[in-house]
Design a protein around this ligand. Sequence first.
Ligand SMILES: NC(=O)C1=CN([C@@H]2O[C@H](COP(=O)(O)OP(=O)(O)OC[C@H]3O[C@@H](n4cnc5c(N)ncnc54)[C@H](O)[C@@H]3O)[C@@H](O)[C@H]2O)C=CC1
Ligand SMILES: O=C(O)/C=C\C(=O)CC(=O)O
Length: 353
Amino acid sequence: MHAFTFESQPQRVLFGAGTLHKTAAELDAMGVRNAIVLCTPHQRPQAEQVAGLLGHRAAGIFDAAVMHVPIETARAARRFAAQYGADCAVAIGGGSTIGLGKAIAFDSGLPILAIPTTYAGSEMTPIYGFTEDGIKRTGRDPRVLPRTVVYDPLLSLGLPVGLSVVSGINAIAHAAEGLYAPNGNPVASLLAEEGIAALGRALPAIRRAPGDLQARADALYGTWLCGKVLGSVGMGLHHKLCHTLGGSFNLPHAETHTIVLPHVLAYNAAAADGAMQRIARALGGTDAAQAVFALARDNGAPLALKDIGLRAEDLDRACAIAVENEYPNPRPVEARALRQLLQNAYDGVAPTT
Ligand SMILES: NC(=O)C1=CN([C@@H]2O[C@H](COP(=O)(O)OP(=O)(O)OC[C@H]3O[C@@H](n4cnc5c(N)ncnc54)[C@H](O)[C@@H]3O)[C@@H](O)[C@H]2O)C=CC1
Ligand SMILES: O=C(O)/C=C\C(=O)CC(=O)O
């Protein structure tokens, strides 16, 4: 075993059906008196339910979270928090809403209590991201790591099947890249393999029966583990490409991850054999890229970037932006091979090495 560093990040996690009802007690334990509740416009009813459970501890609801945290939305949320004298941000929703909480915390140090309702995994990471002038920038800061996370599978029962599948594959991507990250370690790899396996079981079960509470719980458990991997080790080519496609071309986040991941795994296959074996094993397959592609295809996910809003004429610019900055990846990122990878993802063909 090689030498490694493992850093524990302080978080309190409540897991299980009905744990939402413990949120007020959690805020009391944190000494919070004046929490704002964050959500997307679509999830306003869930935010109102949370505000109702918080009673006098809820100062107001900010319901304008959108994907990729545009800087203007972040500024509006910061003003809202200041105006209400908030001492905590309670974020109920997916990565967009939790990302908005992080935008406030980054600026003010406000603690976050996250109540995830998708499988993006942001609640487990100290990673923030903003989009400004068409470029998405991400960074790490311990201040944005949610203090407390409430995983209540009852809240994801209404997550549409299509979104559940792509969101779960977004989580798998975190674990997959964690398995070949240069700062990876045996503990993160254990979490990664277990997380991928849990999601690999849960997503087909959710497709068969969206109201299957056990499958929803499995998916959240997998999300937790995969998110923890993203939060503790690095990201590579896959995340960089998805940030480019999301931030600069406004493609939907989880769908983009789902389409791109098999192609990046094929690109990296020869340079990260051990990681590929673990991914394939977790999914019950023999080839990591093909197993992820099959998970997406067999569960009705989109397979082609052209079907989610990318234009053929965007491919060259996407490739140029993605090679602009250096980032760790097991196989060197080479413009011609990357352009071919993007073409394959654009066309929706099966991944090729
Ligand atoms: N910082 C980090 O570590 C991470 C950040 N992210 C960021 O998160 C964003 C994407 O987050 P996602 O969760 O994929 O999407 P999202 O948070 O935008 O949610 C997608 C849509 O689904 C709705 N929704 C969420 N939960 C629902 C439920 N249970 N029932 C019905 N509708 C529901 C939302 O209101 C929204 O309209 C991106 O901006 C991405 O960059 C994603 C992963 C990790
Ligand atoms: O973009 C962010 O907010 C930060 C990280 C991620 O989105 C991770 C991911 O690409 O899923």
